[in-house]
Ligand binder design. Structure first.
Ligand SMILES: *Cc1c(COP(=O)(O)O)cnc(C)c1O
Length: 426
């Protein structure tokens, strides 16, 4: 029993809508309330320790309270937390981001992933003087009107808002096409002459984990280039997590605009939009595409991001190959267990991310992900939690590994999955 969490949740509901500050944090019957976190672990208010595989939804690539980052931030705290003037450290961070991402000539810092994709889309519209945005079904790009849309019914691609209060006037300008389906994209581009940009998660990490099929991203790049449509890689999850230069380094593709956020600072509030010079130079005050934020480039988050990138770049091969090896062992063991128990399942995994789906069919897009048994996933999640493992509570999220996880953690995790998979066997 989580008595303290239960009590806190009942109080929280009175002062915070649904008791949580972001919807996915809620799960039945009530979420645990966190007291502290360190390395690979997170502790709840009842003093239970969990091995954390939610890891700030991917932000904590280097683990909680990573010493290099805590030290850089502590040092900055003694010098102030917000100036709202330019600083030399913003130049240093920009150079580090540009150094890791060859597609980026210039970069502007902001605070959240959603803010970054909002700006990227506005930039694409400002650059092309066109209106429509193409997004892929199931990709998540933040909680603003242009991207908080789902596919309309039938063959019409015009999006409809997933939220009350979202304007149809806005959502209809977002065309929703199927992930891993290049024909759907081609047809949509042929039918619409008013496309300002295509936005995509190069690895889809918001529908569970879905990998791009062999030529999908290359074809996507080719078609957008042929039609002079800016391609936006939303690397809010994959940036710095899949490789120091994100999924675009991994696949060797250069988008026109890139957004990064989560693993950029290993746990502080910061995001960035970068891209080709002629697009980025459209930003105000020199250009006419407006973007602004009080906390943008704040020295605390900037110091965390600098330290984070430097640490990642220093570890480079050691870090990414270690995570990959860990993931291979993890995924293979899960696959073996589920197979032995005759549970229909799919495991999608790459670099430091994985997810299991309870379905007999390969999971390659929105529809096949939705097809998996989410009830079984819920049961598995609950059992994992009882056995000291915290993964993101939804089937449509991802298991994120961090540099802090040890072999011992992996063994404990697999023991817990063994129990959890048995609990969903029937
Ligand atoms: C999390 C996420 C966002 C939104 O970032 P926030 O910081 O939550 O606004 C955007 N795109 C992708 C791919 C994400 O995973």
């Amino acid at each position: 029993m989580l008595n303290h969490s239960n009590k806190l949740f009942n109080i929280a509901k009175k002062v915070i809508p649904s008791g949580v500050n972001s919807p996915v944090r809620y799960f039945e019957p009530y979420p645990f309330f966190t007291k502290k976190a360190n390395g690979a672990y997170i502790w709840d208010e009842d003093n239970n320790r969990y091995i954390d595989f939610c890891n700030g939804y991917g932000a904590l690539l280097l683990g909680h309270r990573r010493k290099e980052i805590i030290s850089a931030v502590s040092n900055q705290l003694s010098k102030g937390t917000l100036y709202c003037t330019p600083t030399e450290s913003e130049i240093e961070l920009s150079k580090l981001i540009i150094g890791n991402f060859p597609s980026i000539d210039k970069v502007r810092l902001m605070n959240t992933g959603g803010e970054a994709t909002m700006t990227a889309i506005r930039l694409a519209r400002g650059f092309t003087k066109k209106k429509k945005i193409i997004k892929f079904e199931g990709c998540y790009h933040g909680a603003h009107d242009s991207v908080l849309v789902k596919a309309g019914s039938g063959s019409a691609h015009n999006g409809i808002s997933v939220s009350d209060g979202g304007l149809d006037e806005v959502s209809k300008n977002t065309l929703v096409v199927k992930y891993n389906n290049i024909e759907d994209l081609e047809k949509t581009i042929q039918k619409n002459k008013d496309v300002a940009g295509v936005i995509v998660e190069p690895i889809l990490a918001n529908m569970g984990l879905i990998l791009p099929e062999k030529n999908f991203l290359y074809d996507l790049r080719k078609i957008t280039m042929q039609n002079s449509i800016p391609l936006i890689f939303d690397e809010v999850v994959t940036g710095f997590r899949v490789a120091p230069g994100g999924a675009q380094e991994h696949f060797g593709i250069k988008p026109d605009i890139t957004t990064v956020a989560k693993a950029l600072s290993n746990g502080f509030t910061i995001s960035a939009v970068g891209g080709r010079k002629e697009i980025m130079d459209l930003l105000s005050p020199d250009g006419k595409v407006y973007q602004a934020s009080t906390f943008a480039g704040n020295p605390v988050s900037v110091s965390a991001a600098i330290s984070s990138i430097k640490t990642i770049n220093k570890l480079r091969n050691k870090l990414y190959s270690k995570l990959e090896k860990f993931n291979l062992l993890f995924s293979k063991a899960l696959d073996d267990m589920a197979t032995d128990m005759s549970i229909p399942h799919q495991i999608n995994s790459t670099s430091s991310m994985l997810q299991i789906f309870f379905t007999g069919k390969p999971v390659v897009d929105y529809a096949t992900s939705k097809d998996a048994d989410a009830k079984k996933f819920k049961k598995m999640f609950q059992t994992l939690l009882k056995n000291g493992i915290f993964i993101a509570p939804s089937q449509f999220e991802v298991v994120f590994l961090s540099d802090a996880h040890t072999e011992n953690d992996l063994n404990k995790t697999l023991d817990a999955y063994d129990v959890a998979l048995r609990s969903v066997k029937n």
